[in-house]
Design a protein around this ligand. Sequence first.
Ligand code: SF4
Ligand code: SF4
Length: 330
Amino acid sequence: MFKYTSIFIQRYCPRQCPYCTAKDVRGKRKLRVHEWQRIFEYLDKEGFEFHLILGNESLAYPWIVDFVKMMRGRYYTLYTTFPEPFHSRTTEKLIEAGVYSLSCGVDYISSEGLTDDYIKSTWGVQVMSKIKDRIPDHQLTITIHRKNYKAIPQIMDVLTKMGFILGASFIEFSHDGKHDFFPTKDKLLGYVFTEEDREELDYVMNLVADGIESGKYYVQPPPEYFRDAAKYAIDISWHCSKPLILSIEEDGSLRCCAYRKGEEICKYTMFDLIDGIVSLDDVRRLWKKESRECPGCYWSYPYIVEYWEKHNEEFGKKVIQVHASKYYRR
Ligand code: SF4
Ligand code: SF4
């Protein structure tokens, strides 16, 4: 049963994080707010419980304020890294419009690097510190990669003490070249883990898992996600197993997941679902076929969703909706 979504409401991003090509993907067009409204009314009717609104950079278009007004009463998080000039024009208006939750990418807590993954981090922490108590829910989310993993316990310690709730996901690459926005391993040299990292990654991520279990770090993914890191984050071989997350492109077309466009599923749109041209059962069948062909990932969102479906469905809903965790309950 699809219960959650991951949605690209637009693809532009002014940043140039060295490990990301998400901004190079495009739909045929961007939907307008009234079209998203139709889509969300359908998703409400079908009982969807949470929406991961992925931007790439959500603040980049002025209509985001109307989008947030339209989303009142729903559980979602909106991803942004607060880039200028968009941030000073828009963030305050989003708060006034009643934004439910903001999620911001933070990979470092120092500003020693000049690349955008450093810049977005320090900027994101500053802005989120000022606004987090004025919105119902928030999250900083860390991409863990070869350049920052040894500092992750320290980063989590500092950010938890600052009152942040943290997400984290390991860096991805595509084994078959069909993840449409993560480059292949070759293009990510220096960022992806190698066999040489196995022992130390295992050691550091077990420290993270211990810190979560002891309540020291407020982190959304369960400790098991980090304890398994050496197995999955090097090979990118974890695999989702259930159609729980419906993924949607900026033009309303369906996707296999946020990483993969797929080959059949993307021929249909949300409007085909709304108009009854395909059913959610048809989409589930297509999803199963497409996802079986995927060599895997180690993305934390499907991992968390599947984990809680298995362990405690009701509490899992809370984990997703308010960024709670197994050891940190809100
Ligand atoms: S801010 Fe996010 S979407 Fe933009 S380039 Fe960096 S990782 Fe990619
Ligand atoms: S394993 Fe599943 S969630 Fe991960 S990339 Fe493949 S189809 Fe997507």
